[in-house]
Ligand binder design. Structure first.
Ligand code: HSE
Length: 307
């Protein structure tokens, strides 16, 4: 195998109660990547379309992630990487994670799969470290594993794949303002009260239970964030109104996607999701901010190969 083309999906990290530990994979939003072996003995980013991003290997998240993989594999194989970016950088739906995860997935395939999907997470996290200054896994893990994933611990890294109820739909609003993950991490308080921590881990545990038992109502009641959302939501225009509209239109829950500015409404069934989509679209239509809306199922597979 000399080359491979993959779809690298967008992801929603945190999911309200799971800051830095929980994420899920989207189905129809993502980048396309073409990775080819070269005879140069080095990794190069040969083409990026759709976004203005660094072409230097050491400054590009895909380049850095692949270099981490090659070092661990002790491989001198070179690769050319082309990225067609459809996920905007700074959108909050895992743009850097898609590039990092897509690149390590593709290179691993071309090398004959020396690593498992779970082992690839640590390499893709190096891309996240470059992008945001912090190597979090809650976007790259669901991009690589599909469905929902939970980071049980960072040291040592232990990631679990969780089941995804089949009727879940995500409506994502991306207001076209840029919030850098690095900046939105900088405004979070570094300590939390015990009371808030108790509420948060109760919700996180209940959310995991809801995924295992297909309990959509419990899932909705668990999508709460007392720690990060009250601070970050200040940066997102009309956050409280959007949340009110989504919940009134039948969404199970509503929150910030990753570090924002995108927000998500989790819904049961296509019909409810379409209603939430339409109501959010109507509300945002006369605002001065351009926006994009997505309606997606949960992608159980993660990265997909084009055959
Ligand atoms: N957990 C990370 C954060 C995700 O919220 O900063 C960034 O996409």
């Amino acid at each position: 195998m000399e080359e491979i083309k993959v779809f690298a999906p967008a992801t929603v990290a945190n999911l309200s109660c799971g800051f830095d530990v929980l994420g899920c994979c989207l189905d129809n939003v993502g980048d396309d990547m073409l990775v080819k072996k070269n005879d140069l003995g080095r990794v190069q980013i040969t083409k990026i379309t759709g976004q203005d991003l660094p072409m230097e290997t050491d400054k590009n998240v895909a380049g850095v992630a692949v270099q981490a993989l090659l070092e661990a594999a002790d491989s001198k194989q070179g690769f050319d990487i082309e990225i067609d970016k459809k996920i905007k950088a700074g959108s909050g739906i895992g743009s850097s994670a898609a590039s990092s995860a897509g690149a390590v997935y593709a290179v691993n395939k071309l090398l004959g799969e020396p690593f498992s999907q779970k082992e690839l997470i640590a390499f893709a996290m190096e891309g996240e470290r470059l992008a945001s200054g912090n190597a979090h896994a809650d976007n790259v893990a669901p991009a690589l594993l599909g469905g929902f994933s939970l980071v049980k611990s960072y040291e040592p890294l232990e990631v679990l794949k969780l089941p995804a109820p089949s009727d879940l739909k995500m409506v994502i609003l991306h207001p076209h303002i840029e919030i850098k993950t690095r900046d939105s991490r900088g405004i979070i308080r570094q300590s939390v009260s015990l009371k808030k921590a108790i509420n948060q881990w109760g919700n996180l545990a209940a959310l995991v239970s809801a995924l295992y038992t297909d309990d959509y109502q419990l899932l909705g009641r668990s999508l709460k964030d007392e720690i990060v959302e009250p601070i970050r939501s200040i940066l997102i225009p009309h956050f409280d109104s959007l949340k009110g509209i989504a919940l009134k239109s039948g969404a199970l829950g509503f929150g910030i996607s990753g570090s924002g500015p995108s927000v998500f409404a989790m819904c049961r069934g296509e019909e409810t999701a379409k209603k939430v989509y339409a109501e959010i679209e109507k509300f945002y239509a006369d605002k001065t901010i351009e926006f994009e809306l997505h309606l997606s199922s949960i992608n159980p597979q993660g990265i997909k190969e084009y055959k």
